[in-house]
Design a protein around this ligand. Structure first.
Ligand SMILES: N[C@@H](CCC(=O)N[C@@H](CS)C(=O)NCC(=O)O)C(=O)O
Length: 204
């Protein structure tokens, strides 16, 4: 099997990167540098018209969307237990990943790239404040989810690698997340993992 992950340093594709490492998969990484607009190049657009990372190719077939990629990795390398085995718990894990992808990530994007969403400059601060507030509403729910737990499930899963990125990205918006002590402890625990460090260090 020939696997290639298209990953951008700093991007949500780190969840897919760490999951492939944890799975013990043999794979190549092609770096997409977002600041250089590599995602908008003709060659990348031809591969992934969504112009986003992560993107995974497996024997020439392509897959986009973190949740789908993470589900594929977990199913292909079951011994790594990257998602719970119990079918209901597994569905809950997929629910968590979709939540991070569609219920949290977009608030970060609106805060980070406000001008893409509204041309009226005087409205930007209001939109950013609302995006932050909506993110904080969601992270407060994650805080409850992590009460009394180290990981989202009874062992580490791809949900942990994904939420690590969500929290990290919030920090990079200069949001003070210290009130969310369970989330902060979770972030610190995931950050220490050797494969997380390895993925973070791959920047060029
Ligand atoms: N729904 C997608 C979102 C992917 C996404 O937005 N990725 C960002 C990086 S975190 C990206 O590629 N941005 C490039 C751009 O928007 O130009 C997923 O969950 O995989």
């Amino acid at each position: 099997m020939t696997i290639t992950l298209y990953h951008a340093p700093g991007a949500c594709s780190i969840a897919s990167y760490v999951s492939l490492l944890e799975a013990g998969a043999e794979f190549d990484v092609k770096l997409i540098i977002l600041a250089n607009k590599d995602q908008n190049s003709e060659s990348y657009k031809a591969l992934n018209p969504k112009q986003k990372v992560p993107y995974l190719t497996v024997d020439g077939k392509g897959l986009s969307e973190n949740s789908a990629i993470l589900t594929w990795i977990a199913s292909t390398y079951p011994e790594a237990k990257l998602l719970p085995e119990d079918t209901f718990e597994r569905a809950r894990a997929i629910s968590h990943m979709n939540w991070f992808s569609s219920g949290m990530h977009p608030h970060i994007t609106r805060h980070f790239r406000v001008a893409k969403f509204c041309e009226i400059e005087s409205a930007h601060e209001d939109i950013k404040a609302k995006a932050k507030a909506m993110f904080f509403e969601q992270i407060a729910l994650v805080e409850q989810e992590l009460e009394g737990r180290t990981w989202f499930f009874d062992h580490i899963t791809s949900c942990d690698f994904y939420f690590f990125w969500v929290y990290d990205r919030g920090l990079r918006e200069n949001w003070d997340l210290s009130e969310f002590s369970n989330c902060t402890a979770h972030y610190e625990a995931v950050k220490k993992l050797p494969n997380v460090q390895k993925a973070l260090a791959h920047t060029q």
